[in-house]
Design a protein around this ligand. Structure first.
Ligand code: SF4
Ligand code: SF4
Length: 408
């Protein structure tokens, strides 16, 4: 039996414990959970997870206020193992938090719980890979970080400096997936074309861009995070840039919630916000596209950063495009299955969640699912292609790139 771990107990604030005690067992969180629905397994629900967490807290405290709230009960090794497996089979989509009638801040609780399980050494061994990859290569895929900007070579007319410049007004922070995954590289290729068309003075950070740190927090490895945040802020400051834009919602949310960007005089924009601004300034001339599209709100941009309007404004600004909402949209949007490192831990469950998502999109009659996240695009596109489903999946930057007048 693990001994009581003081550091792990400090993972939970008094407020978090009080919130857990306020749970009414209403099960609303289980009803909307994509993991529960795809796996048909109630043990993946927020409710079950909170009961398990309460049991952990009981097992540690024989006295004090936690014991008074929850009583005391020991966990067996088998219970630790089984519980840990359910904790990591979660996309961190935040839908449970969105519907919880007593306002429990569940997403933060899941992150604290993962940190706790890492302290207790009860976590999937694949999580060690994230840690060692980021330590050795500074990107989550253990690629050579000097090759971060190599996707630029696939442009029609790539500049010699691959957009890695000494100084610029704007930094485009690419993110690991878009920098290295061939399917996702279409997103930076599209955004670079748009920025060129709009005559934006931008640079990439190249090898000086390190992972934003999102996989570290999602895995429960918060202690390594600060080094990554400090490095990336410094890299932006060295370019003299005052603006950073991101096509990845997770990078954007990491900066928004955890980076000291405001203190350093930096403004940040997700690509949807930046594109909306460029459209308003009439810097992006459009041609008409004959398409019917629906929009999938990425969890980190929608429920996380509460940005629902900018992507819809961008889509609706393109002439000829018919826009149809998904039955579950905005704050109630269903997850695509790609978040929370789930694919690494349980690829089958991730694909099961993607299946429900793609089926929901097909029900709208749209010919294209648009999202604003490389991971959402990758997850839905992979499912659609593997199953020969006739629906296209595009990032919003790809949609805008398709509509640029420069193609005519
Ligand atoms: S964050 Fe999403 S996947 Fe995880 S428990 Fe909540 S609803 Fe389920
Ligand atoms: S929705 Fe909130 S109150 Fe209801 S069971 Fe889930 S955590 Fe408890």
């Amino acid at each position: 039996m693990p001994t009581m771990n003081k550091k792990a107990n400090s993972r939970y604030s008094m407020q978090q414990c009080m919130q857990m005690a306020a749970c009414t067992n209403c099960q609303s969180c289980a009803d909307v959970c994509p993991a529960v629905n795809a796996a048909g397994d109630g043990r993946l629900s927020a409710l079950h997870r909170m009961r398990g967490l309460q049991q952990i807290l009981k097992s540690r405290n024989s006295s004090g206020w936690i014991a008074r709230l929850f009583g005391r009960k020991e966990l067996t090794e088998e219970e630790w193992k089984e519980f840990s497996e359910t904790v990591y089979r979660c996309t961190l989509c935040g839908n449970c938090q969105e519907v919880c009638p007593v306002g429990i801040n569940l997403k933060d609780l899941w992150v604290s719980l993962r940190e706790d399980l890492v302290d207790e050494k009860h976590f999937p061994k694949k999580i060690n890979m994230i840690k060692s990859n980021l330590k050795s290569s500074r990107n989550v895929f253990d690629e050579d970080n000097e090759e971060r900007a190599e996707w630029v070579e696939d442009m029609d007319d790539p500049p010699d400096d691959l957009f890695v410049r000494d100084e610029a007004e704007v930094v485009y922070f690419t993110g690991c997936t878009a920098a290295y995954f061939p399917v996702a590289q279409k997103i930076p290729l599209a955004l670079a074309d748009i920025l060129l068309q709009a005559e934006i003075d931008f640079t990439l950070l190249g090898e000086d861009e390190w992972c934003c740190g999102f996989p570290l927090l999602g895995a429960g490895l918060k202690d390594m995070f600060t080094e990554f945040a400090e490095h990336n802020i410094q890299a932006v400051l060295e370019k003299g840039a005052k603006t950073v834009t991101f096509a990845c919602p997770s990078c954007y949310e990491m900066w928004k919630e955890h980076y000291p960007y405001k203190e350093n005089g930096i403004q940040i924009f997700h690509s949807t916000q930046y594109l909306e601004m460029l459209i308003k300034e009439e810097k992006i001339p459009f041609k008409s596209l004959d398409m019917t599209v629906t929009y999938h709100d990425p969890c980190d941009l929608g429920r996380g950063a509460r940005e629902f309007n900018a992507p819809r404004a961008v889509i609706k600004a393109i002439p000829g495009v018919t826009f149809v909402e998904l039955p579950n949209n905005r704050e109630n949007c269903n997850c695509c299955g790609g978040g929370g490192n789930l694919e690494m831990v349980d690829a089958k469950l991730s694909a099961g969640i993607a299946k429900s998502k793609v089926e929901e999109a097909i029900s709208t009659g749209a010919d294209t699912i648009v999202s604003s996240c490389q991971q959402c695009v990758r997850t839905m596109l992979t499912y659609a292609k593997r199953n020969k489903i006739n629906i296209d999946v595009l990032d919003i930057t790809q949609l805008v790139r398709k509509a640029l007048e420069m193609d005519e």
